[in-house]
Design a protein around this ligand. Structure first.
Ligand SMILES: Cc1cc2nc3c(=O)[nH]c(=O)nc-3n(C[C@H](O)[C@H](O)[C@H](O)COP(=O)(O)O)c2cc1C
Length: 169
């Protein structure tokens, strides 16, 4: 009977590589910051190393340094991008994120009907345009997340991580 216990050196280096995720959010009254925090918490529960930042203090190039990119913008002005998202959006279209796994979620207001969460759609299209691979269907939340939304946000996050792990590990 072989009872040998594997030593530290029996593990390959890649077994210890942590999956990482960057979350960038834009939030004026707190709803999208809350959505981003729910994603962040779920990721941490799943053992993912995260970094979450406000769009105003974020650089698009940071996405390159992480395994999964999460974008969480609010929508404003019936289809216009939020002011503080304009530069970030333009910069995003200038970079190459070929094969970067991404997912977009965001809170808007159903009152805006056709423009409901339109910035979620804008960022989804932008990521696809620069070569990103969508890991989960974009998630739209009406105003502040309720209990059902929280569950949906957690499922969305889990799906994105599972997609990454199935395809890129
Ligand atoms: C002037 C104004 C314009 C807005 N335009 C839109 C819009 O076009 N589409 C949408 O879904 N929500 C729109 N909203 C609603 C916000 O996106 C929604 O309240 C969101 O939850 C705000 O997120 P935040 O709390 O993270 O700032 C608008 C809100 C304001 C005050």
């Amino acid at each position: 009977m072989n009872l040998s216990i594997p030593s530290y050196f029996d593990y390959k280096k890649e077994d210890f590589t942590l999956t990482t995720a960057k979350i960038v959010y834009a939030s004026m009254t707190g709803n999208n910051e809350e959505v981003a925090s729910i994603i962040d918490e779920k990721l941490q529960d799943m053992g993912i190393q995260t970094d979450m930042s406000d769009i105003t203090f974020s650089d698009v190039n940071e996405f390159s340094e992480y395994d999964i990119a999460f974008m969480v913008p609010y929508s404003y002005g019936e289809g216009e991008l939020p002011d503080e998202a304009l530069d970030f959006y333009e910069d995003l279209l200038e970079i190459d994120l070929t094969d970067k796994i991404f997912a977009v979620a965001g809170s808007g207001d159903v009152f805006y009907e056709d423009a409901y969460c339109i910035t979620v759609d804008d960022f989804t299209k932008a990521f696809l345009k620069i070569g990103g691979i969508q890991a989960a269907e974009s998630l739209k939340i009406n105003l502040a997340p309720d209990l059902e939304d929280i569950e949906n946000i957690e499922q969305f996050t889990e799906k994105a991580v599972n997609f990454y792990e199935a395809n890129h590990k």
